[in-house]
Write a protein that binds this ligand. Sequence first.
Ligand code: GRF
Length: 206
Amino acid sequence: MSRARVGVLISGRGSNMAALVEAAKAPDYPGEIALVLANVPEAGGLAFAAANNIAVETVDHRRFTERANFDAELDACLRRHRIEFVCLAGFMRLLTAGFVEAWRDRMVNIHPSLLPAYPGLDTHKRALADGVKIAGCTVHYVRAKMDTGPAIAQAAVPVLPDDSEQSLAARVLAAEHKLYPHALRLALGAAPAAQAAPGVLFNPPL
Ligand code: GRF
């Protein structure tokens, strides 16, 4: 089986990246994590990736005044490592439309809400303020507008009466770690990718 070369973009602790790395150790997994790329040298996840013998790179966004130049450097790095598919995993930079188009249907993101509800930051805080009873996470194809794009898979978790932002975030994060490997498997198995976006609803056993 030929496995797609996957690059994971991170900005921080990288727990979703770690979940992808662990899942991709299975011999039948359709992708191999071939690169972990961070936009900040301090990103905690880089050490985990290196310890797992994965190539790591940093493209520090602070070196660039223009977003397009930063994105061009990201793109060059991905191509140098012969990356075929990109996973955003807690990557905290907005990407230019040109970069997004270059990777159209070959780039996915995970977001800690049931999109299209609560795009952007502070999702859990806003969900709690609204009194919603079901929260969750979404893996979706990336489009130019942040946190939009066809959903590949979603996981739902309950919001409990005494939840804090932290306790809800932890419950959603545990679901994210199951959802992302599942969704990547779907995305890599779906051919042609451009027509994929089956909008599968996935409720992982928690
Ligand atoms: C996750 O909640 C992800 O959904 C969001 O940022 C967080 C990243 O966490 N986009 P980690 O770096 O994967 O631990």
